[in-house]
Write a protein that binds this ligand. Structure first.
Ligand SMILES: CC/C=C\C/C=C\C/C=C\C/C=C\C/C=C\C/C=C\CCC(=O)SCCNC(=O)CCNC(=O)[C@H](O)C(C)(C)COP(=O)(O)OP(=O)(O)OC[C@H]1O[C@@H](n2cnc3c(N)ncnc32)[C@H](O)[C@@H]1OP(=O)(O)O
Ligand SMILES: Cc1cc2nc3c(=O)[nH]c(=O)nc-3n(C[C@H](O)[C@H](O)[C@H](O)COP(=O)(O)OP(=O)(O)OC[C@H]3O[C@@H](n4cnc5c(N)ncnc54)[C@H](O)[C@@H]3O)c2cc1C
Length: 593
């Protein structure tokens, strides 16, 4: 500890997060929402004067704030939020009110007990007109006593599936008055006389959600890389059964089924990590553009962040479960670390936009592009979606001997995304021509729309993976990562094979070829698997796993772990003679009669 820094630099996001992870764990802590959502909201939605006032105090942790948007009755459909903020020009205040039970704010992290401030999303009423949901910065508790202020009812919502270190809360307002300037005024404004000034883009109020959606992509990479580290290390220790009769029991990692279960999670983890970096850069760039008055990238960022959020959280949840099952019985023990990671990761399928809803948001964007394509328009130099405008090869070419930089594989993903997008667009148009209105037609096509998004996101993830590996100059590192890339790409080809075979683009032979390339990649990855996961340099205290210990001493530590259970403090539990012992004694007496 001699060389440990004296203090954590709270202005350094990475340092702060790392500190939080190691000291508090991954399942959350009282400052989570303050750092992840309240501060980003202040940065992006407060005007200069508000930032000057709030930001230093927030960074200094003079107060703790959360993000209170979801209500008991509505989380997805923000238009129907019921909390109201009605402007009173006489006192130049807003009156916050929760008119119904269902308007109770419900879920916000750290709202229950920790926070004394909140970003509150409420329907803004001024001069008798509703202008939709807007954010307000509202004090909830007294700064000295920490008691709720007058008119505020606040508490914890109770135990959850996981993340029980976070006090997700409920909140009701009974005509609570807050100054006019507590409304975030960077984009929309209410002037002292009550006139409403609209924002340049009416979804800029949602930027904190976009930030977390982008952050979640790297978060899911982290979960997958951690859990595949546990599964790989344990599988290199666990011996069970023989491959060659009489040659002795093998490490379970030598089974092809085991590799096929775990290595794709490793590959997906890397793919998510690279796309996570991309989307974070795009977020930062877009926020800078907005500050300079350019909002043109907002729809692209929204569409990509929604699609990536939905796909990566879903695949992380499935992948984690594969890693758990790959560890057999011990995988089900808390000692494996999986329950903690699983319960945290699956939350992300729901929070920050339910996944189906997110897929459909991206599909809205894809349908606009499809409309432009059908109208004969040209692409607008947008790297993420331009491929949809281009005609690819009529037939799949993945089994060609020379597939430079996997162009043929990428074209297969592009083909599927393009076909799925245009087909569902045509169906939407056709249904409307048959008399369905747009919303009904949309619902009739919803499953196919989600498929279009998934195909588009798969294309993006794969292209980013290929491009990033291509940039690596160290050939030994590149060669190991290329094995994971090969596995990733052909695994994804087989995952979407139905779509590729459906229209005859891919042949059965080519499908078999993709499977062969998967098995070949598994074989290449096996000898390096432990070194690959060791190179991530996760510390044992981060993995929370006896199975995933770096030193491989699984069995003796599993025994120590069990022996340290509170149940094993005494050989005989105190209540034994009162209940179970008594029951057995009485049964024995009865049988003697
Ligand atoms: C290293 C880390 C390791 C481990 C950690 C692991 C992972 C996590 C990583 C980080 C997370 C940090 C902490 C996690 C801990 C706990 C959880 C924390 C936070 C959770 C917080 C929340 O859940 S907050 C609440 C979130 N709520 C939602 O997401 C609601 C979802 N609903 C919506 O977003 C919207 O209502 C909607 C998009 C569904 C529809 O909106 P609305 O009704 O207003 O839209 P309209 O129909 O009127 O208009 C739609 C048009 O608007 C466009 N639009 C919508 N949203 C946006 C946007 N944000 N930006 C730009 N444009 C937008 C839309 O595209 C439509 O445009 P058209 O042109 O097509 O009309
Ligand atoms: C761990 C956790 C932390 C959270 N933290 C916060 C927080 O800090 N602050 C905050 O404000 N909120 C928070 N939330 C709330 C969260 O953001 C919402 O629960 C989430 O956005 C989903 O909304 P909902 O609960 O209304 O789901 P619903 O919309 O009721 O979803 C139910 C089902 O309906 C479907 N559905 C709904 N609308 C549509 C549609 N238009 N088309 C097709 N299907 C649809 C969904 O796909 C889903 O299958 C948190 C939630 C969790 C679980």
């Amino acid at each position: 500890m001699e060389h440990a820094p004296k203090a954590i630099d709270v202005t350094n996001d990475v340092e702060m997060r790392t500190f939080n992870f190691f000291t508090m764990g991954i399942d959350g802590h009282p400052l989570g929402l303050h750092l992840d959502m309240a501060i980003p909201t202040i940065l992006n939605n407060a005007d200069e004067e508000q930032q000057k006032d709030w930001l230093p105090k927030a960074a200094n942790r003079e107060f703790i704030a959360t993000y209170a948007q979801t209500e008991m009755g509505h989380g997805t459909n923000l238009k129907k939020l019921e909390t109201t903020a009605t402007y009173d020009p006489k006192t130049q205040e807003f009156v916050l009110n929760s008119p119904t039970i269902t308007s109770t704010k419900w879920w916000p992290g750290n709202l229950g007990k920790s926070s004394n401030y909140a970003v509150v999303m409420a329907q803004l009423y001024t001069q008798g007109k509703c202008h939709g949901a807007h954010p307000f910065f509202v004090q909830l508790r007294d700064l000295n006593t920490h008691k709720p202020l007058k008119g505020i009812t606040v508490g914890d919502i109770g135990p959850k599936f996981g993340m029980n270190t976070v006090d997700n809360g409920f909140l009701q307002f009974d005509h609570v008055r807050t100054p006019r300037r507590s409304m975030f005024m960077k984009h929309a404004k209410v002037l002292p006389d009550g006139r409403y000034v609209p924002p340049v883009h009416d979804k800029l109020n949602y930027s904190a959600m976009v930030f977390i959606r982008a952050a979640i992509v790297s978060g899911m990479a982290y979960h997958l890389l951690v859990t595949s580290t546990i599964a790989v290390r344990y599988s290199a220790i666990r011996r069970q059964g023989e491959i060659t009769p009489g040659a002795g029991e093998v490490k379970v990692l030598d089974y092809q089924t085991q590799q096929h279960r775990i290595f794709p999670q490793l590959a997906r983890g890397l793919a998510f990590r690279l796309s996570g970096q991309y989307i974070m850069k795009l977020y930062t760039q877009t926020m800078d553009d907005i500050r300079n008055g350019d909002i043109s990238a907002v729809p692209d960022l929204h569409a990509l962040s929604c699609g990536l959020k939905a796909v990566t959280t879903h695949h992380a949840a499935l992948g984690l479960e594969q890693c758990r099952m790959a560890c057999g019985g011990h995988g089900y023990s808390q000692a494996s670390g999986f329950p903690l990671h699983y319960s945290v990761a699956v939350g992300a399928c729901t929070y920050e936009g339910e996944n189906m809803v997110m897929l459909l948001q991206t599909a809205r964007h894809l349908m606009k592009i499809a409309k432009a394509i059908r109208a004969g328009q040209s692409p607008k130099s947008n790297k993420i979606v331009d491929y949809l405008f281009h005609k690819g090869p009529p037939k799949c070419l993945i089994d060609q001997a020379y597939d430079t930089n996997y162009r043929n594989v990428l074209e297969s993903f592009e083909h599927l995304a393009r076909r799925q997008t245009l087909e569902v667009y045509d169906k939407l148009v056709q249904l409307q021509q048959q008399g369905r209105n747009y919303e009904q037609a949309w619902n009739d096509c919803a499953v196919e729309l989600c498929k279009a998004t998934r195909a588009h996101v798969r294309t993006f993830l794969a292209r980013t993976f290929v491009e990033e590996i291509d940039k690596i100059s160290d050939l030994s590192i590149k060669s190991v990562l290329q094995d994971l890339l090969q596995l990733y790409l052909y695994y994804e080809v087989t995952e979407c094979a139905t779509g590729l075979l459906e229209d005859g683009f891919m042949t059965g032979q080519q499908h078999k070829y993709a499977k062969k390339k998967i098995y070949e990649a598994l074989e290449k990855i096996r000898p390096n698997a432990v070194s690959i996961v060791d190179s991530f340099d996760f510390q044992d205290r981060e993995l929370h796993s006896v199975l995933g210990r770096r030193d491989g001493n699984v069995y003796e530590n599993l025994l120590k772990w069990a022996q340290s259970s509170p149940l094993n403090k005494t050989d005989v539990l105190p209540f034994h003679h009162k209940y179970l012992g008594k029951m057995m004694e009485e049964a024995r007496q009865r049988s003697k009669i």
